[in-house]
Design a protein around this ligand. Sequence first.
Ligand code: PEP
Ligand code: MN
Length: 347
Amino acid sequence: MIISMKLHSSKQEIEQVCERIRDFGYKIHAIEGEERVVIGVVGVGDVTACLESVEAMPQVEKAVRISAPYKFVSKEYHAERSRIRVNGCEIGGDEFIVMAGPCSVESEKQIMQAAEGVAEAGAKLLRGGAFKPRTSPYDFQGLEDEGLKLLAKAKRATGLGIITEVMSDSDVDLVAEYADVMQIGARNMQNFALLKALGKCGRTVLLKRGMSSTLKELLMSAEYVVAHGNPNVILCERGIRTFETATRNTCDIAGVAALNELSHLPVVVDPSHATGKRSLVPALSRAAVAIGADGLLVEVHPAPEKAMSDGAQSLDLAQFRKMMQDLQPYIRLWKQSRVTEAATAAV
Ligand code: PEP
Ligand code: MN
């Protein structure tokens, strides 16, 4: 249930409403907003009696039952876009944020070259898996701790923020020591023990859509992280499994627009896993900018032909540089539409 207070309600009026809610046995999850306060309520069972009672209070504007199984990530709860600050930049704000780097951290030379190259081309975060989920268990599974240390070195050298995957709840504390953004892979989108552990990790989470998951399921998983105490979640469309074989996965590009309608969380697109082919990455990246995504997560490798994972979908540094240049006119239009949106919202 979400309760919207009348404009400029006093602290005392808000507390009276909270007290009434608690009397009914429900919990206040969060109180948002300054001029117009919105109270989020959680609890099991039929809320009708509580809703009617609260709605009758003079200081309450509206009380709404939320039928969607997710609340805190919904637009109804928080109408403006969430802006998430990560290592000096803002995701979900006025900048289109590109995160780029290799699929896996393989060696010091590889990650340093990748970091320097993507930073020069305008990326703001360096991606690179130290813990790798693979399709076959016999494939390379990452350098683990050593990979994390190499990412830290690349961060010191370039100033880039780090996004890296965490696969198990027992590794959350370790990965959080090195990562600015904790990546949750498609295969772990519904690993609830892991999602729960992320609630208290103190880092932003990037949640990839499971390959057979609906948008509703993605939002429910995001909700689970938020409900466990971490509001900083970024959603990522990385393609889903369909009958199509020309691309590795099928990018649900309209899903990005749908997520923006349903949720206030930032949404980024991973054009690398969505296509599986480097030749298709620039076109899908343009589509991501045009549809209003907040950024990209792209695989870039200094020598893709030698990559230990996902070489076929990785751009080399020159291709990435060119793509970033070619995206600039689209990003300019993107910025204009963000400014128009902000101006319209302010009216
Ligand atoms: C990755 O980003 O390298 C990765 C394994 O992605 P996904 O979880 O989307 O397959
Ligand atoms: Mn990969």
